[in-house]
Ligand binder design. Structure first.
Ligand code: ZN
Length: 378
């Protein structure tokens, strides 16, 4: 039934997933449908158990008692996966990307088929109930994916993968449709439907961690980009006199913000090995060399956000990723640099700093699976 649904029915489901339960009259008004068509479109969805009627309330539009429509969110489960160089992160979510169960563990064997088998084992461990679909996100530096004969071939050097047809392998192992996506793109989709980007037609996402990621939502759609172009973002020169990056040039976001760059610069100053989280703690507690370093990185981040907002014309920039604590520790410097590079106008860009929960990456995979299910695309 789901494959042959008209677009208007899909819009109803999408509206309810993103904005919550609504009366039929409110839904009809939002989606510019007659109440007659709305009833006709929703009836098979209610019969199929995808939509449910909630308890009677008074309709906010006309005051009459009504039973709002909602999606049966917890009854429809999705699997989200994120693969890093050494770990597999898995979450089970409902239709609103609410996490029902989560687990991460080391990758047993990097062979693609072995990874797919491990994903299947995790799925069975995490839920006894069947899932509707799955989404895998892959990221890291230098990844490229090409489309050959309609199938996405995945290059993930950090996993030792070259031109792997991951989707059919995963689908065979999991027994459900599976989407394969860039991890930053998946996170942007997640924020758009279920995070601070909900209801926004335009925003940018910048991720800080092992690498620096970027995604742009414009007119409600993710701007498609080639992997090679996305890789440019982390090496855009912000200051030619800045610190060196591993690629040999100076003053790019990778040099200022990538976890390894921050650890190396702090290690030189402290004359010992130091981890990213400790650098942030030391900077927050006022240790002089870490404080100076993190403040400089915060200013570079402010300049980067100013560039993103000025060129793409977005008013909201969301910061996420496992290194996002830097934006909190150096918030004053970030704000000052952002204002300075926006003609001295404070508050012209809203900066939203997200939690640095690594599970969010796997949740992004589940969101892409949910979107494929709702929109009928892959
Ligand atoms: Zn660079």
């Amino acid at each position: 039934m789901w494959d042959t649904l008209p677009d208007a029915a899909r819009s109803i489901v999408k509206e309810l997933i993103i904005h919550g339960p609504q009366s039929r009259t409110a839904l009809a008004k939002t989606l510019h449908l007659s109440t007659g068509s709305l009833t006709r479109l929703t009836k098979p969805l209610v019969n199929a158990g995808l939509l449910v009627e909630r308890d009677v309330v008074h309709d906010p539009v006309n005051g009459r008692p009504t039973r709002p429509l909602d999606v049966a969110a917890a009854e429809h489960r999705f699997l989200g996966l994120k693969l890093t160089a050494d770990r597999i992160h898995a979450v089970i979510t409902g239709l609103r990307a609410e996490v029902i169960a989560a687990k991460d563990e080391p990758i047993d064997d990097h062979d693609p088929e072995a990874v797919c088998r491990q994903a299947r084992r995790l799925l069975d461990e995490l839920t006894g109930a069947p899932v509707v679909g799955a989404g895998v996100t892959i990221g890291g530096n230098g990844r490229a994916a090409t489309q050959v004969g309609g199938e996405l071939l995945v290059d993930a050097p950090y996993l030792g993968w070259h031109q792997v047809e991951l989707r059919p392998l995963m689908e065979r192992a999991l027994g459900v449709p599976c989407a394969v996506t860039n991890d930053v793109a998946a996170l942007a989709h997640q924020h758009h439907w279920f995070g601070p980007g909900r209801g926004l037609r335009d925003f940018a996402l910048v991720t800080i961690g092992a690498g620096i990621g970027y995604a742009l939502i414009q007119h409600d759609h993710l701007v498609a980009a080639a992997e090679a172009d996305l890789g440019m973002f982390g090496h855009l020169v912000l200051d030619p006199g800045g610190p060196p990056c591993p690629e040999g040039h100076r003053g790019c976001p990778t040099a200022y913000l990538a976890s390894r760059s921050v650890e190396m610069a702090a290690g030189l100053a402290l004359r010992r090995e130091v981890g990213y989280d400790e650098v942030m703690r030391l900077a927050a507690s006022g240790e002089r060399s870490c404080r100076t370093l993190v403040r400089e990185s915060g200013r570079a981040l402010g300049r980067l956000i100013a560039l993103v907002a000025t060129i793409s014309l977005v008013k909201t920039v969301i910061l996420a990723g496992e290194g996002v604590e830097l934006a909190r520790v150096a918030k004053d410097d970030l704000d000052a640099a952002l204002t300075e590079h926006r003609r001295g106008l404070p508050g012209s860009v809203e900066v939203v700093i997200e939690d640095d929960d690594f599970r969010e990456w796997a949740r992004g995979g589940a969101v892409v699976a949910i979107q494929s299910f709702v929109t009928g695309s892959d």
